[in-house]
Design a protein. Structure first.
Lengths: 179, 468
């Protein structure tokens, strides 16, 4: 554990780790909450706890698993505060998902790098579809209205693209492993 | 997992992110994930892909305005190279710093600010003007009931009600007549805003507030010489050195009730001024011909009864129905915004609201006071009755509530029920205003059936102090 008092500001290294973990925390929180507003809220609360607990972090350990455990507790706290809302997943499944995430945490960066390459390989119209869906406030319904297609057709097109991206990522990772 | 299973799982996950998953499919997915570790791995890969795409192009506007996005995006690169994220979080789809990344950097900076400020203040007392980061947070939200939105000009957010929060200069918006928010400046000056209200807070060399609408009670600590606390409304301006008072404002008039001390109020339309002393009241309106004078505030009566013989004034809510076919005069419940969800979607309650005008309160409460309501519904429901109170001097006294099931009252021959609730059964809604209610003045009474419209009609409301 860092030899520092709780009143000392976090180190620059800690600052970097918190900052660099944002994207992964966001992704895992998405898996657990599946609602943009909730994810934003819990990510913010997780960050606040990460700041408060800076002095408790053991620099010998990996940061992301520790941060993910904190995020998991924040998801549970979030739902306790909002008793009326249904938990997306119960506590057992939530824990299992976080454990799977921690187990595969080393792959997160390589998957992201692979995604960047795979996006470049998409045909132009598919790339446009992805950009439209994931731009600010893009939704399947709006895209359907714009293109004159049914929401189901748009959703199906997106499904195929996502499947293609996931397959391409797996292929890229397998290739990297071979070389 | 068979290829067929894979496709089925993939379709379910797509339906999740496209928002078209049915309850039955949700249950199927949940069971699958619980039982199958491979399915969990695929689910996580899929959701991480979705989140990665969102991260680059997601609706960052829900967290932070475009203006501040630009600022957040620029700051780390220009100001603090140590925060550069170019290696691990390089945007995938565009050459720009992604909105989500900008938000993350903003969050980290906010976190750093939140971490540093309390420590700086603890070590150095009130932050000096040379410390920009601490000067930005000027006020602490101490208590909140209902939904509040805070805007600092660049972004909007909903402060939580769980713990104290430091806030920058900005605008507070409260939704719902039963909403209240208490804030504290660093010198101990407390401001309570209540009702459907909007108020702006700023502080440079002096405190500056603007109450656009709603009610505001201020307990102002002694201010430095020459730097009074200034509060403006659409129709009035007051300067305060140190006192306790309540302002109720809308676009046409401002009522000032002074509980302790003295307050000078200026009518904006003609600059006419009046000094209002302890236990007195004055009103500034847009009508420059109206006499503007300070008058003594009398205590409201010990009992109050409303039988809706005439349509209630506009400040009350409910549809008035004249007596017909043996039915009495009455008021029917109407929908009203009680608060808002985080998404901004309003939570609508159905009920009636009786409230006092700015000059007086409805009734003075005593330990033996009893509320009686004669009402009817088209079905059974739980009723929520809320009392908004003020201290005898005029300052905010808190909101109190009681809930009763309609099944607890028997129907009379005409289909009406009578609910009787002793004052002692009302519970405080805000920890900081626990009561007691004895001696308080009721300024607001709400009766509603929550989010269900069950055709609530009320023909009589009475609050009476019973002889022991």
């Amino acid at each position: 554990m860092d030899d520092k008092s709780p009143n000392e500001p976090p180190s620059l290294r800690y600052l970097e780790m918190v900052t660099q973990s944002q994207r992964t925390l966001y992704g895992v929180l998405w898996s657990l909450l599946r609602n943009a507003d909730d994810v934003d809220d819990v990510l913010q609360e997780t960050n606040a706890v990460l700041w408060q607990k800076a002095a408790e972090f053991d620099a010998e350990r990996q940061f992301l698993p520790w941060a993910l455990k904190i995020a998991q507790l924040q998801v549970l706290a979030f739902h306790k505060r909002r008793l009326r809302d249904k938990l997306v997943f119960d506590e057992g499944l939530l824990t299992a998902l976080v454990e799977n995430s921690i187990r595969d945490i080393d792959q997160v960066e390589s998957r992201r790098r692979a995604l960047a390459g795979c996006l470049q390989k998409l045909p132009g119209d598919h790339r446009t579809l992805v950009l439209k869906r994931y731009e600010a406030s893009g939704s399947v319904n709006e895209m359907a209205e714009e293109t004159g297609r049914s929401p189901k057709a748009v959703s199906e097109a997106l499904r195929r693209i996502r499947a293609a991206l996931l397959e391409c990522i797996e292929r890229t990772l397998a290739q990297e492993a071979r070389t | 997992m068979t290829p067929g299973d894979s496709l089925k799982l993939e379709r379910l996950m797509n339906q999740v992110v496209d928002g078209v998953l049915s309850d039955a499919e949700e249950l199927l997915l949940e069971t699958w994930l619980r039982d199958d570790s491979t399915a969990r791995d695929r689910y996580l890969c899929f959701m991480m892909l979705h989140a990665d795409l969102l991260w680059d192009h997601g609706a960052a506007a829900s967290l932070i305005g475009r203006e501040s996005l630009a600022t957040s995006a620029d700051q780390p690169r220009d100001v603090s190279p140590s925060l550069s994220l170019s290696h691990s979080t390089r945007p995938l789809l565009s050459g720009w710093l992604s909105p989500r990344l900008a938000v993350a950097v903003g969050l980290v900076l906010v976190g750093l600010t939140a971490w540093l400020v309390p420590r700086f203040v603890r070590q150095h007392g009130n932050a000096g003007s040379g410390v920009r980061v601490s000067a930005a947070l000027i006020i602490t939200l101490e208590a909140l009931q209902g939904t509040a939105e805070w805007s600092d000009g660049a972004r909007k957010w909903q402060p939580g009600s769980d713990s104290e929060q430091r806030l920058p200069a900005g605008t507070l918006r409260l939704d719902g007549e039963g909403s209240s928010c208490q804030l504290r400046f660093d010198d101990g000056t407390r401001i309570t805003v209540s009702g459907d209200a909007e108020a702006e807070f700023a502080q440079d060399s002096q405190k500056r507030l603007y109450l656009r609408r709603g009610s505001l009670t201020a307990d102002v600590a002694r201010q430095p010489d020459g730097q009074p606390c200034v509060i403006e409304t659409p129709t009035a301006r007051i300067e305060v050195i140190g006192t306790v008072f309540t302002l109720v404002a809308d676009s046409e008039q401002t009522a000032l009730n002074v509980e302790r001390g003295a307050v000078r109020m200026q009518r904006l339309v003609d600059g006419h001024e009046v000094e209002v002393l302890d236990q007195r009241q004055a009103i500034a309106s847009l009508d420059a011909t109206a006499e503007m004078q300070s008058v003594r505030v009398g205590a409201p009566p010990d009992s109050w009864r409303q039988t809706f013989d005439q349509p209630p004034p506009a400040i009350c809510k409910g549809t008035w129905l004249a007596a017909v076919a043996g039915q009495p005069n009455r008021v029917r419940g109407v929908p009203c915004v009680a608060s808002r969800r985080k998404s901004g979607k309003p939570i609508v309650h159905h009920g009636i609201t009786a409230r006092s005008g700015v000059e007086t309160r409805l009734v003075t409460l005593h330990p033996t006071s009893v509320l009686k309501v004669r009402y009817r519904l088209t079905g059974e429901a739980s009723l929520r009755i809320m009392l908004g109170t003020n201290q005898p001097g005029g300052s905010f006294g808190g909101n109190f509530e009681v809930k009763r099931s309609s099944q607890q009252q028997t129907l009379d021959a005409d289909g009406w029920r009578t609910l009787t609730v002793p004052l002692s059964e009302f519970q405080p809604l805000m920890k900081r205003f626990p009561g007691p209610l004895d001696g308080s003045h009721v300024s607001l009474l709400m009766i509603n059936s929550h989010e269900r419209d069950v055709g609530l009609e009320v023909c009589e409301i009475e609050i009476r102090s019973q002889v022991p």
